[in-house]
Design a protein. Structure first.
Ligand SMILES: Cc1cc2nc3c(=O)[nH]c(=O)nc-3n(C[C@H](O)[C@H](O)[C@H](O)COP(=O)(O)OP(=O)(O)OC[C@H]3O[C@@H](n4cnc5c(N)ncnc54)[C@H](O)[C@@H]3O)c2cc1C
Length: 385
């Protein structure tokens, strides 16, 4: 008789999505383990801001992690415009009938909150190790773990890979945007009013998200300019930002150190490995425009946990179960990829007729409630709404 796998589900990667999956499996009787390579303190140093949608808030509430995030900064209104062109649109939480369109947290805080919630769950074992390889067989997949005391193996009916795409468990389609996101916290003379600004420029979108008293900046631009922006003195950086953004929030007064993130679209196919599934950034890494990646990944985690919880233990990780999961995620994943990719490609240029058409599109979005409501729903709950 074949030996039983060590776990029903082994999660590779304790970023937000791996942790969310672990939390969503709590209390189900399913035996789960999670492997994370990074030391806890290095996760907290990740400076990227994350805009969580209202739909993600609902998932985090169900995972018991929202209470610790209630200080996240609400986004009450989103203002979208293009530099050097007419047309702009404002989306308001009242139009969506929601208390806020989203909430801004930093990645480190979110990861720390989920890690703490996960740590309270004794039913899921956490390994501090790096997965060095995966061995697949018909009835179980085995992860080879590099630990300080040597290599160990752990097998599972299903290996849920949420490693951000490092292991590449499936063929991946990569499309480099030739853009880099520069992040920083910035302040102006006035406290923020709960308004998020998305300003499209030919080099890439510039987002200013309300965060605590000031703003979190995600400035997408060419790799050369990004390098330059990171090296500038605070004063020179603020001057450049003022020039790029204009006067809509008054004069910029202060900026923290900057960090940079190269951007590419990466879409994994379902993968040829039985017993292995990719989710979160491992399944799709998106451009940060419109803040979709983590929100989409949370829905991956929630749907995978629901699929697993609703089937017999013997069914976990079977091709039939994975097929059902992929079918449930297909439209939302495809919609997220299409929405962000189209926005970036349509807006990151200075072609006059396109600029004009974009202006018309933005104006129409503001003037035609069904179009506006469609975008609001997409941003709040994903493509399946
Ligand atoms: C500048 C920027 C701004 C963004 N803003 C937003 C936003 O506003 N809203 C939004 O929804 N999304 C946003 N995103 C996207 C978001 O950051 C990602 O979608 C999200 O972090 C994906 O989470 P994840 O858990 O899948 O992967 P990750 O966050 O990459 O976590 C993967 C984890 O796996 C671990 N790991 C990797 N390899 C191994 C291994 N071999 N063994 C063990 N562990 C391993 C890593 O240490 C890590 O902890 C932004 C991205 C950027 C770059």
């Amino acid at each position: 008789m074949a030996a039983q796998p060590d776990y029903d589900v082994l999660i590779v990667g304790g970023g937000p999505i791996g942790l969310a999956l672990g939390l969503a499996l709590r209390g189900s009787g399913i035996s789960a383990g999670l492997v994370e390579a990074r030391a806890a303190h290095s996760v907290h140093a990740d400076p990227r801001p994350i805009a969580l949608s209202h739909g993600s808030r609902l998932i985090l509430e169900r995972l018991g992690a929202w209470e610790q995030l209630v200080t996240a900064t609400p986004i009450r209104r989103i203002h979208v415009s293009q530099r050097g062109g007419f047309g702009r649109v404002e989306l308001d939480c009242m139009q969506a009938g929601l208390p806020a369109l989203g909430y801004v947290v930093d990645y480190g805080r979110l990861a720390a909150t989920l890690t703490a919630a996960f740590g309270r769950d004794v039913s899921c074992r956490r390994f501090s190790a790096t997965v060095a390889g995966i061995e697949n067989a018909a009835l179980a997949a085995t992860a080879v773990l590099e630990t300080p005391s040597g290599r160990v193996r752990a097998s599972a009916r299903l290996l849920a890979v949420a490693d951000g795409g490092m292991l590449q468990v499936a063929a991946v389609r990569v499309s480099d945007y030739g853009q880099v996101a520069v992040t920083a916290r910035v302040t102006t003379g006035l406290p923020q009013q709960g308004i998020a600004f998305e300003r499209f420029t030919p080099a890439g979108p510039l987002a200013l998200l309300p965060f605590e008293e000031g703003y979190a900046l995600v400035w997408t631009t060419t790799p050369d300019e990004a390098r330059n922006l990171c090296e500038l003195s605070e004063e020179a950086f603020l001057e450049r930002l003022q020039h790029a953004f204009g006067q809509r929030v008054g004069a910029f007064r202060g900026a923290t150190a900057r960090a940079s993130f190269p951007l590419a679209l990466r879409v994994a196919d379902r993968g040829a490995h039985p017993r292995t599934v990719a989710l979160g950034n491992a399944a799709q890494t998106l451009h940060p425009v419109a803040g979709q990646g983590l929100n989409l990944g949370l829905r991956d985690a929630w749907e995978l946990a629901t699929t697993i919880r609703n089937t017999e233990r013997g069914e976990i990780g079977t091709p039939r179960q994975l097929q059902a999961y992929h079918a449930r995620r297909r439209i939302d994943r495809g919609g997220g990829v299409w929405f962000t990719d189209t926005l970036v490609r349509l807006f990151s240029n200075d072609i006059a007729p396109l600029r004009f058409a974009r202006g018309l599109g933005l104006a129409a979005l503001g003037a035609v409630p069904p179009a506006r409501d469609f975008v609001l729903r997409r941003m709040t709950f994903g493509t399946r709404g």
